[in-house]
Write a protein that binds this ligand. Structure first.
Ligand SMILES: Nc1ncnc2c1ncn2[C@@H]1O[C@H](COP(=O)(O)OP(=O)(O)OP(=O)(O)O)[C@@H](O)[C@H]1O
Length: 251
């Protein structure tokens, strides 16, 4: 297999137990250039899966490969093309957004001039340019969330993994974030995200994985999921409810 054939993310037999099994021998493959949305009810194991996929949490068993590189055998090399946006990202309140982005770029050794240009472009795309001189401590939650996304994208990661990037954003901000993620994928980047917003998965994702009790109970395009659920005209909500059973089916 050549490097190019390796998927962006390959999880094999990934398992994690806390007081109960949260992720259960999960196999999941995300292809290069796709937007993959992971859905699941509260507690289904989405965040735990992402934390293991990014090396923040050690699995009890199983492997993670990022573009073919084993995350546990070669953590630095595996994480180089990766960015992770947690659901509650940390920012530096005493920096302006532009300073924050230039700082983040510096961590990736991006030359100063290129960093400044990328920072300005991202701030404009996310509607933050008018606030470029404000300290981020004065930002609203949504503005902070957008800035954190810009920080994750500043080094043009080949794979970006995002935990609930759209939760709490108003319609305008959500559109800016969706557009930016689509732009990233159109330029060849791979996007893996969790979301509770089914409309987001339906419109944005090339493939959707439905997680329940740490296992994939459905995966594919919306049409493929409809087929799996034997609901040919159904909405994603109907498919989700069908595949997860109704009792704990709030996404
Ligand atoms: N560090 C931890 N210690 C103990 N239990 C944990 C820990 N992290 C997660 N859990 C438990 O694992 C289960 C899955 O949590 P996880 O955050 O992965 O779910 P999720 O699908 O992301 O849920 P949500 O949609 O609510 O964010 C939950 O029952 C949670 O309480």
């Amino acid at each position: 297999m050549s490097d190019f054939d390796n998927p962006a993310l390959a999880l094999r037999g990934l398992s994690k137990k806390f007081d109960r099994t949260v992720v259960a021998a999960l196999d999941l493959t995300v292809r290069r250039g796709e937007i993959y949305a992971l859905l699941g009810a509260n507690g289904a194991g989405k965040t735990t899966t992402l934390r293991m996929a990014t090396g923040l949490l050690l699995p009890d068993a199983g492997s993670v490969h990022i573009f073919g590189v084993d995350l546990h055998a070669q953590p630095e090399a595996a994480k180089r093309p990766l960015a992770y946006l947690p659901d509650e990202p940390l920012l530096y309140g005493k920096l302006t957004p532009r300073e924050y982005l230039v700082f983040m770029a510096g961590l990736w050794s991006i030359p100063a001039r290129q960093a400044a240009a990328s920072a300005d472009e991202l701030l404009a795309l996310l509607g933050l340019a008018p606030h470029a001189r404000q300290l981020t401590e004065s930002f609203s939650r949504g503005m902070k969330q957008k800035l954190a996304l810009a920080g994750a994208l500043i080094h043009q990661p080949a794979l970006i993994i995002l935990d609930e990037p759209l939760t709490g954003l108003d319609a305008h901000a959500a559109r800016q974030v969706k557009d930016l993620l689509q732009r990233h994928a159109a330029a060849g980047g791979t996007v893996v995200m969790t979301t509770h917003i089914l409309e987001v998965a339906e419109r944005l994702a090339d493939r959707i994985g439905i997680l329940q009790h740490g296992r994939l109970v459905g995966q594919g395009s919306l049409d493929q999921l409809r087929h799996q659920a034997q609901r040919h005209e159904a909405s994603l909500e109907d498919v989700f409810l069908r595949l997860t059973g109704s009792a704990d089916a709030t996404a």
